[in-house]
Ligand binder design. Sequence first.
Ligand code: FPP
Ligand code: ZN
Length: 478
Amino acid sequence: MAQPRRSPHDYYETETTDHQAETEIILLKHIPLSPDSPSPLQRDAHLQFLIRNLIQGLPSRYISQDASQPWLLFWTLQSFSLMGVAIDPNNKQKAIDTIMAWQHPKGGFGGGPGQAAHLLPTYAAVSALAIVGRPGPGGGWDQIDRRVIFDHRKGVPDGAFLVAHHAEVDVRGTYCLLVTAHLLDMLTLELLEGVPNFIKSCQTYEGGFSSASQPYFSPEPEGPPTLLDSPRPPLGEAHGGYTFCSLASWVMLQPYLSLQEPSVQQPSLNFKTLLRWLVQMQGSEIELGGFKGRTNKLVDGCYSWWVGGCFALLSSLGIIGSHGHDHDHEPTVHQEDEAWDDIDDSLWDRAALQRYILCAGQHPAGGLRDKPPKPADSYHTLYCLAGLSTAQHNVFLSSTRRDAILGCWKIPPASESTQDQLRRACFTHSLSWTEEEGTSHILGSQNNRMVLFTVVFFTSDVADRASMQNATHPVFNL
Ligand code: FPP
Ligand code: ZN
């Protein structure tokens, strides 16, 4: 009898290898042998699913998510953006009013009305406002109390941010703070001091990033902070979620790093081990192209974004070319009915990832998921759709464009302070993402096409973001 196909293994059975084998059997049933006929994207079913979750509320077993209301709205609105669905002005206004009710009287957003402010829901709320908000009365953008951004740095001596008062530090906080501060035009030299070092200290021996590094100040709440000698060892294992946060933060820090004195040595990341780790997170042919979040764990739809998105981030840094190859590589033009083998998938398989999302990620009743037979949820719906977009499009900073931008912010008008240079550089950097024409790789019909978006900020409407940054600062003045 023919043996069922299996990923390579060493015949030493453990709970982990059992889970792996069970997952492979299930996935093989969902993903067709013919690679070019994936299930079509069920847009309407996914939209209905998202609306149902948002409007009717979640079943009572989701009570623990009461503190994640901004996240639920962000996942929903961002999924709409990715599918190119416009939101009508009435619903936009409802969303703005809902979001503003989460703002804490002292600034920052909580997980729901009356809840304490926290950096993670603040990121979700401000990103949601980037999609639905507008300047002027009642539009949200001018009503954001910006003071609180600086509180996350208080009492933390070297480059990390507290996610809330008396709470922990980790790279999710770094990413959420940098995106929020970028969107609100709040990045300052003081805020960013030491941040590159903190990110660097989270890179593990595997190449990916862990959540944080060893505490850098004394644990006694009353004592003065005591800095440990660097380098600080990372805390815990490399994980796709933290790797995305670290690398996206690193991309956002580029304007800051380029403004530093050339004589002062800046921290660097080990891109060689990072790239090897990212490539290894891609499931084998049996797992059919999904990504896993850490070594010896299972593939999961949400890592299509957390790990898959890292390739576009590496592209924007010039570490890999737009096709995961050398930088001067000629773009490959893919016609709808062309075979896939003409596409340079030398580092990661864009077609296989799309196949995983379409065939295993889509729940038949609407919404997307981790893997079958799990139910769909709004979190996995967004990050599967975002993974689909990143597998379809080559979004990056072309070297010519990047050099032009670097050049423009290094020759400031005579009167410009370093702080103003930083603001100008960050602004230009945030608007300079592009796609090489004719290089999108859509598996299946054009109906499967996702909207292109800026990988690092994760907002699709660049014009809106520009005017959001220009919104008046009622409380805070730079
Ligand atoms: C492990 O879950 C999950 C983590 C250790 C954290 C993941 C972090 C993110 C997804 C990033 C969040 C980003 C922001 C911006 C808030 P698990 O053990 O259930 O999953 P696994 O087996 O796949 O590791
Ligand atoms: Zn997941």
